[in-house]
Design a protein around this ligand. Structure first.
Ligand code: ASP
Ligand code: MG
Length: 411
């Protein structure tokens, strides 16, 4: 039997009614002759609620207990989905991550999947079971404790299962009908893309377009898993949604495919650090050890042997960053006059594989922002993206202006 992976996000399983609706879609695929592996998220809002409990109880929590708590939302939806399918006379069974087992490394709260043995679930398919429902987002670490894969991790669970089971396709059901040129809530000119390359999707995902977890796209690219993003609220057709696929399959050739943004950024500056060999390692080593995801980095020109070092990181990691840097200062590893955090910034990025062959994209981006009077605080580029940090209050304006400038509303 061919295998299909279907993943339902939080809004698609938010109520018993929606679970029923999702189960019907699963039933349709079963009737086409597929063995289906369903990956579920927690009911929408549930994981946030659990994370809130953790933070309120223990701000600098033990990550093992964080995982024990926040993974629980998916256990509920997996069981409910199994019961719903059974009520429809579809033979179905649920699995929690450890039961499969989804083996991960020991990076609690941000674990990576290392192995998914298929014998357990395939054995049940052999006995006539039609649908295996697996709780997304969770696994089991080398120490035998529950791990989670980072927020949005059930996308990664889905792709990893599709790869492990050689699934024909991995369908990601969500509350939007595909991947857009930018968030339609920011501009109604945003347009749905029929296809997008793995590479562009990877950039968009990592830049804050929250449709897919970044890691899931990396995995799909590595294992060439055909990935489709589609809405669980609209009628299903073979054309529905956005197909994330190899570059050659995407026909459009424009310099910019999408504008991504991330609201929750902060910019931190170490004022006046000694400019000496090893200083970057002395700063960013402790930050990395503390689990701070540093993104953009700027080192200013030195004057009289001292320089300013600026970096950006997610806003909720500012405390951790401050702690790590103060610790390094107290230990005498680094020396700075001041540590300034600007928590009022947002990151905006233009992404497109066409940038590799077309010039002038950066110039056009900067000119557009300047025409709108938006000041750029930090710039970073890669082969297929240009990112800037701007004051958060100008974020929407900047996204709209760039979407217009690159004419993304036109197919
Ligand atoms: N429920 C988890 C979260 O919100 C995982 C997921 O839905 O993908 O991050
Ligand atoms: Mg998600």
């Amino acid at each position: 039997m061919p295998t299909l992976v279907m993943k339902f996000g939080g809004t698609s399983v938010a109520t018993l009614d929606r679970i029923r609706r999702a189960a019907k879609r699963v039933g349709v695929e079963v009737s086409k002759g597929y063995d289906v592996i369903v990956i579920v998220s927690a009911m929408s809002g549930e994981t946030n609620k659990l994370v809130g409990y953790v933070n309120e109880t223990s701000p600098l929590y033990d990550a093992r207990e964080y995982d024990a708590i926040v993974s629980s939302g998916e256990n509920v939806t997996a069981g409910l989905m199994a019961l719903t399918l059974q009520e429809m006379d579809v033979p179905a069974r649920s699995w929690q991550g450890w039961q499969v087992p989804v083996r991960t490394n020991d990076a609690h709260a941000a674990a990576r999947i290392e192995e998914i043995p298929t014998d357990n679930i395939n054995g049940k398919f052999g006995e006539g079971m039609k649908v295996a429902i697996v709780a997304g987002f969770q696994g089991i670490g080398p120490d035998g404790r529950i791990t989670t894969l980072g927020r949005g991790g059930s996308d990664t669970t889905a792709v990893a299962f599709a790869a492990a089971f050689g699934a024909e396709r991995c369908d990601i059901y969500t509350d939007v009908d595909g991947v857009y040129t930018t968030d339609p809530r920011i501009t109604d000119k945003a347009r749905k893309l029929d296809k997008i390359s793995f590479e562009e999707m990877l950039e968009l995902a990592s830049l804050g377009a929250k449709v897919l977890q970044t890691r899931s796209v990396e995995l799909a690219m590595r294992y060439k898993v055909k990935l489709r993003v589609l809405s669980s609220f609209e009628e299903q057709s073979d054309e529905a949604g956005t197909l994330v696929c190899e570059e050659e399959e995407v026909m459009e050739n424009r310099p910019v495919s999408g504008i991504a943004f991330s609201r929750d950024e902060s910019k931190m500056t170490l004022v006046s650090v000694a400019d000496r060999p090893g200083i970057a390692a002395a700063i960013f080593g402790p930050l990395s050890d503390a689990g701070v995801n540093v993104d953009m980095i700027i080192q200013n020109i030195a004057e009289e042997g001292r320089t300013d070092m600026t970096f950006s990181c997610p806003i909720d990691q500012v405390k951790r960053a401050e702690q790590a840097l103060n610790g390094a200062k107290e230990a005498g590893d680094i020396n700075y006059h001041d540590l300034v955090a600007d928590t009022e910034v947002a990151k905006i990025s233009a992404v497109g594989i066409g940038m590799r062959s077309q010039s002038g994209v950066a110039a056009k981006m900067f000119k557009t922002l300047s025409d709108e009077g938006v000041n750029i605080k930090v710039i970073a580029t890669s082969e297929i993206k240009i990112s800037v940090l701007v004051d958060r209050k100008y974020m929407e304006l900047a996204v709209q202006a760039l979407h217009d400038a690159f004419e993304l509303e036109k197919a």
